[in-house]
Design a protein around this ligand. Structure first.
Ligand code: 5GP
Ligand code: ZN
Length: 113
């Protein structure tokens, strides 16, 4: 399967890892939109939020369990942050492997909701 983030998990494409365990990997976004911009992914290919099933939900739960630790390590736990998932065409998803953006380090400004 030709998936950019699966290639990053395998190490075929280099990334700057900030957290990793058996289930998930967190790495710096190649085009950061804030001083802290981390991508957090499950180490199982899930195409999008639309494809989360009961097995995938364990990975998603683990991602959210680890977000406080990752945010603290990035120095943004106190100042705050935003977690974003883009799903599908209207959501603006460009990489078809489920991922959460962790953004912080500045006032993130305008909100959609
Ligand atoms: P999406 O637009 O699908 O929500 O987010 C995809 C993200 O992946 C974008 O923020 C983009 O900058 C990032 N990205 C795309 N290609 C690479 C890459 O090769 N390495 C890293 N670290 N990030 C990437
Ligand atoms: Zn994948």
């Amino acid at each position: 399967m030709d998936c950019l983030f699966c290639s990053i998990i395998k190490g075929d494409i280099p990334s700057t890892t900030v957290y990793e365990d058996d289930l998930i990997k967190a790495f710096a976004d190649i085009s950061p939109q804030a001083p802290v911009h981390i991508i957090i992914i499950p180490k199982m290919h899930i195409a999008s939020a639309n494809e989360i099933n009961s097995e995938g939900a364990k990975y998603v739960a683990h991602i959210f369990e680890k977000i406080p630790e990752i945010a603290a390590a990035q120095g943004i736990a106190e100042s705050g942050y935003r977690i974003i998932n883009n799903c599908g065409k209207d959501g603006g998803q460009t990489v078809n492997h489920l991922h959460f953006h962790l953004l912080g380090g500045r006032d993130l400004g305008a909100k959609l909701v």
